[in-house]
Design a protein around this ligand. Structure first.
Ligand SMILES: O=P(O)(O)OC[C@@H](O)[C@@H](O)c1c[nH]c2ccccc12
Length: 256
């Protein structure tokens, strides 16, 4: 069983997301450590990208701040290397496919393995292209986390059967960012996934309050919260620690 899957064995899993190098190198290191100390079970770290097609305005702005502060793929790895001097928190990267493609899959995944990165979410990697990267990732014990959306339909079976680590269940169509309402079919979507696999599920997209986290944790094995944390960083910059810690604690408590 993969390291990521094990984390889900006897608890609901909380996965906050932040963007690497937003607003700068040192703050990202501190923010990841803050989240780890305040209830995160896994931290999802975004590699900034110039065309983040699945992202809403909050994360797009974070990517821009990260670029302004001089982010490169190499720098993201250096941030993680610095985190690893202080914390062994399980890490998952969020990366559009172009980034590992350009870096070279083999080299990218080796670097990830050396830094004890457990998985990668690649939102623009369709099932049909999974074999481009998944076998190499597998050699390094890194999970390529698949996404299932409310419109995955007949593809669910195949995606679920190929999954390892956990399955990222996208709560609703559209882009990342806060939502006030969720489809009542989400529970059915997860029941459907569970027909095909024991790999755990984590729901993300739009979740920003502890109350929403509580209801999502009732239907899935984990909850992913991105824009709510990134928004704090957008507003507080280098002084985000207290607010990040408070929201993380509230959400971690809300899903237990
Ligand atoms: O920001 P939200 O709505 O809380 O959604 C999670 C999300 O930020 C994170 O998992 C993510 C950031 N960028 C993405 C692109 C695609 C899928 C997922 C993501």
């Amino acid at each position: 069983m993969s390291n990521l899957t094990k984390i889900f064995e006897n608890k609901k899993v909380f996965i906050p997301f932040v963007v690497a190098n937003d607003p700068d190198f040192d703050t990202t290191v501190e923010n990841i450590i803050t989240l780890a100390k305040n209830g995160a079970d896994i931290v999802e770290l975004g590699i900034p990208f110039s065309d983040p097609v699945a992202d809403g305005p909050v994360i797009q702005s974070a990517d821009l701040r990260a670029f302004k502060a001089g982010v490169t793929t190499e720098r993201v790895f250096e941030i993680i290397s610095e985190v690893r001097k202080h914390s062994d928190i399980p890490l998952v990267l969020l990366s559009y496919l172009n980034i590992p493609f350009k870096y070279g899959y083999e080299k990218f995944l080796k670097r990830c393995a050396d830094l004890n990165i457990s998985g990668i979410v690649i939102p623009d990697l369709p099932l049909e292209s999974r074999d481009e990267i998944a076998p190499i990732a597998n050699d390094y014990d890194i999970d390529i986390i698949p996404l299932i959306t409310p419109t995955s339909g007949h593809r669910i079976k195949e995606i679920a059967e190929a999954a390892s680590g956990f399955i990222y269940v996208v709560s609703s169509l559209g882009i990342t960012g806060q939502r006030d309402n969720f489809s009542e079919h989400l529970a059915d979507l997860i029941t459907n996934i569970r027909k095909y696999t024991d790999v755990p599920t984590a729901i993300g997209f739009g979740i920003h309050t502890p109350k929403q986290a509580t209801s999502m944790a009732k239907i899935a094995d984990g909850v992913i919260v991105g824009s709510a944390f990134v928004d704090i960083i957008g507003k507080q910059g280098r002084n985000s620690e207290t607010e990040l810690a408070n929201l993380a604690k509230e959400i971690a408590t809300a899903i237990k």
